[in-house]
Ligand binder design. Structure first.
Ligand code: B12
Ligand code: SF4
Length: 439
């Protein structure tokens, strides 16, 4: 299927509004401005349910979203040299924003207003560690027929593969036709991304270990920065700090802070063979493809940043004995009960939960009053509002004390002695709970 055919199958839902922008003209305008593929969806589309409030906050006149992709250079992403992959990520990211701005300037000449959110960063940090992005470009791209998420949770464009970054634009006009998702997933289920990820973040079953990816790949981003600063502050002298942070790591931080934060891996994207333009070498000789793409990344001698006793640490020990483990603090640390409950799924270590079968009732009081049920069973986690079923352990906690305990600012024994924390049930279950969320 060529790109023109793909695009024709996408556009389906029509608008009756006579002033709506003709999509053929709009598509041409977007491609002329540098987009490599583009689609259009109305603000009321179900795929935007999670993001609509933020989109309307950003631009209350929004009627339509333009989703587009911009190609990256696969060989830059595939190299084991991080500087070369990162320069392509940064250049491509800048290009996405440049394309969005150019499209909006052209539309402004036609009297159509709109805004574009960032491709990735900056984000709304006052919401951290919550939903800090305005719109999920992946969901826009899927809805707009630009590809589907593969097992590695990235969008695979049917022609360009996963070597695309995504952009979205909010505009005030309606369009004559809306795009629809493509009816197949280009992911081949080859699992090369599963094998390539140094921290085991991508599960064969489609699960994704957000914390593992965040702690390693994003070490020189926001979460890792807190930990870096605290390491410096906690050191008793410059000489003592050298035992904690090597010269090469300080240098890497300096480069990230001066030239744009550097990703440590992105190996899942690097090895993905899917997409009409890139699949040739894989189809020709799968073994040779693995040798040339996966092996150099797997063989690379490098530091891997993982939380102590986490699934990610166990993965490095088992799969990548050639790589060096460096322990870091978990980048996601909650600052409220709400964020604690919301973030549990993101930092749950399923293999640490092996053998646990327990229901926990949490009853928070004080600054935040809330009841929640957390069930851990069959290496899966379920978080529910309210008290559901029979608890094996009930944790009655003052909200601030609990959050302080999680942030290692308050002592568990002190909390128990002062009855700011009271347990009803087998207290060993609390230790087992903690094991599933290594910090
Ligand atoms: C949050 C985020 C991340 C997170 C989570 C990744 C993920 N799977 O969603 C982290 C920090 C781990 C991450 C890593 C990477 N990212 Co990123 N990231 C985003 C961001 C800001 C939003 C993602 C999103 O839509 N999440 C919501 C839903 C749709 O995603 P999901 O997969 O269903 O859900 C997972 C997580 O998001 C998380 N989650 C879901 N809901 C919530 C809510 C909250 C509050 C939180 C904190 C998390 C969370 O849990 C889910 C399972 O882990 C977008 C930019 C944007 N504004 O859209 C870029 C984006 C998705 N990232 C991108 C890229 C390139 C990467 C990296 C390759 C970076 C790199 N160069 O190394 C890696 C790849 C990791 C991977 N295999 O997914 C590209 C993807 C391009 C493509 N072809 O699809 C995007 C679209 C940026 C762009 N403009 O192109 N990323
Ligand atoms: S590497 Fe294979 S399994 Fe992973 S996303 Fe690409 S095609 Fe799918």
């Amino acid at each position: 299927m060529n790109l023109a055919e793909i695009q024709t199958t996408q556009a389906t839902t029509s608008s009756n509004n006579p002033s709506a922008i003709n999509i053929e003209e709009l598509r041409k305008l977007c491609l002329d401005c540098g987009a490599d593929d583009v689609g259009f969806i109305a603000i009321d589309r179900i795929e935007l349910n999670n993001d609509r409030e933020d989109i309307m906050l950003a631009f209350p006149r929004t009627r339509t979203l333009i989703g587009f992709v911009s190609r990256m250079l696969p060989d830059n992403i595939r190299t084991p040299l991080r500087s070369i992959a990162n320069v392509e990520f940064h250049s491509s990211g800048d290009r996405v924003e440049h394309i969005a701005r150019t499209i909006l300037h052209r539309l402004a000449e036609k009297g159509v207003r709109g805004v574009y959110p960032s491709m990735g960063f900056p984000m709304e940090m006052d919401r951290y560690p919550g939903k800090i992005w305005t719109v999920s470009h992946k969901l826009v791209a899927e809805a707009a027929g630009l590809g589907r998420m593969g097992i590695h949770r990235n969008i695979i464009h049917p022609k360009f593969g996963n070597f695309v970054l995504l952009g979205s634009i909010f505009i005030e006009a309606e369009v004559t036709e809306q795009s629809q998702p493509i009816d197949f997933n280009p992911c081949l289920q080859c699992k090369l991304c599963v094998a390539a990820c140094p921290v085991g973040a991508i599960g064969i079953n489609g699960s994704f270990d957000f914390g593992a990816c965040m702690n390693h790949n994003y070490k020189e981003f926001m979460g890792g920065f807190q930990s870096y600063v605290e390491t410096i502050v906690d050191a008793t002298s410059g000489k003592a700090l050298r035992n904690e942070v090597t010269d090469s790591e300080h240098g890497s931080w300096w480069q990230s802070l001066s030239f744009g934060a550097n990703y440590k891996a992105a190996y899942c994207l690097a090895v993905c063979p899917a997409g009409e333009d890139v699949i040739g070498p894989y189809l020709k000789d799968k073994g040779a493809f693995k040798q040339s793409t996966l092996k150099p990344l797997a063989d690379k001698v490098e530091n891997i940043y993982v939380v102590k006793n986490s699934d990610a640490e166990a993965h490095v020990i088992k799969r990548f004995p050639n790589k060096s483990i460096r322990n870091v603090a978990n980048a996601i640390r909650p600052n409220s009960v709400e964020k604690f409950l919301m973030g549990l799924q993101l930092v749950f270590n399923r293999h640490q939960a092996n053998g646990i079968d327990a229901v926990y009732h949490f009853r928070f009081s004080g600054a935040e009053e809330r009841d929640a049920t957390i069930s851990i069973r069959g290496k899966t986690l379920k978080v529910e509002d309210g008290l559901v079923g029979k608890a094996d352990l009930t944790v009655n906690a003052d909200a601030r004390t609990w959050i302080g305990f999680l942030r290692q600012e308050k002592n568990l024994v002190w909390a128990l002695l002062t009855r700011k924390l009271r347990l009803n049930g087998d207290p060993r279950l609390l230790a087992k709970f903690g094991k599933c969320f290594p910090a």
